[in-house]
Ligand binder design. Structure first.
Ligand code: CTP
Length: 219
């Protein structure tokens, strides 16, 4: 049986009105590199991608689903979750969305504008509640202080098996860089620190770590 992998990638865009949105600088590169690497290992991949400038991966075993908002990303991921063996939550999902989306372009008025935001669905945490034995969930954590403690807190809250910690303290790591420096943390307290590497090499390290931890060989 082929291993089936679900990956979320890129930012989400949360509309304010027909021409504006709240978003972030995620490029999607890490999630796309993971999709290519899992496919190269023989997996069937569903890549659920927020808006990025990257072309759809060309591998015939990667199906790309394009979404805009966190709600759309959640619906697309939830539709695939039960039928996939490995989940990788690499998307930088907007934590909040505008409480109201204006039907028409918001006109300039007054010196200040207050936006009301409401919490978005936590895709990883919601799907984590449905995880069955044998399914494996990987999350990302971007932290600036108490990094390992915060990353482990996310692992527990979102029912991850493995969390990839990106530290913003490391030069060259994170958004808008082609390199990343990661630490892998596991539920049993195991910690593995990697050097600064290209995102393609980081993807290989993550995929190898996942494959080594799966209950039985798949691909
Ligand atoms: N995540 C998600 N849905 C969200 C928010 C986060 O699926 N609405 C996933 C991310 O893809 C990542 C992990 O959860 O794998 C951690 O994301 P992060 O933004 O670091 O965590 P938050 O829960 O938003 O915590 P905080 O912003 O307080 O650090």
């Amino acid at each position: 049986m082929k291993m089936r992998v679900l990956i979320t990638a890129g930012p989400t865009y949360e509309p304010l009105d027909p021409v504006r949105f709240i978003g972030n600088h995620s490029t999607g590169k890490m999630g796309y590199a993971l999709a290519e690497t899992f496919a190269a290992e023989g997996a069937e991949v569903v890549l659920i991608s927020g808006p990025t400038n990257l072309p759809d991966p060309t591998s015939p075993t990667i199906r790309t689903v394009r979404v805009q908002t966190a709600d759309e990303m959640y619906r697309a991921a939830a539709a695939e979750a039960a039928a996939t063996d490995v989940w990788v939550f690499a998307a930088a999902v907007a934590d909040y969305k505008p409480a109201h989306v204006a039907e028409n372009k918001i006109k300039k008025a007054g010196d200040t504008l207050v936006l009301e935001l409401v919490k978005n669905v936590d895709i990883a945490a919601e799907l984590g509640k449905t995880k069955r034995p044998g399914q494996f969930s990987v999350g990302f954590a971007l932290e600036t202080e108490n990094e390992q403690a915060h990353a482990l807190g996310k692992l527990q809250r979102k029912n991850f098996d493995l969390v990839v910690l990106n530290s913003l303290r490391d030069a060259g790591a994170g958004f808008r860089h082609d390199t990343n420096k990661i630490t892998l943390l596991e539920a049993d307290g195991q910690v593995t620190i990697f050097d600064l590497k290209s995102k393609a090499e980081v993807a290989r390290d993550i995929v190898r770590a996942v494959l080594a931890r799966l209950p039985h060989p798949h691909a």
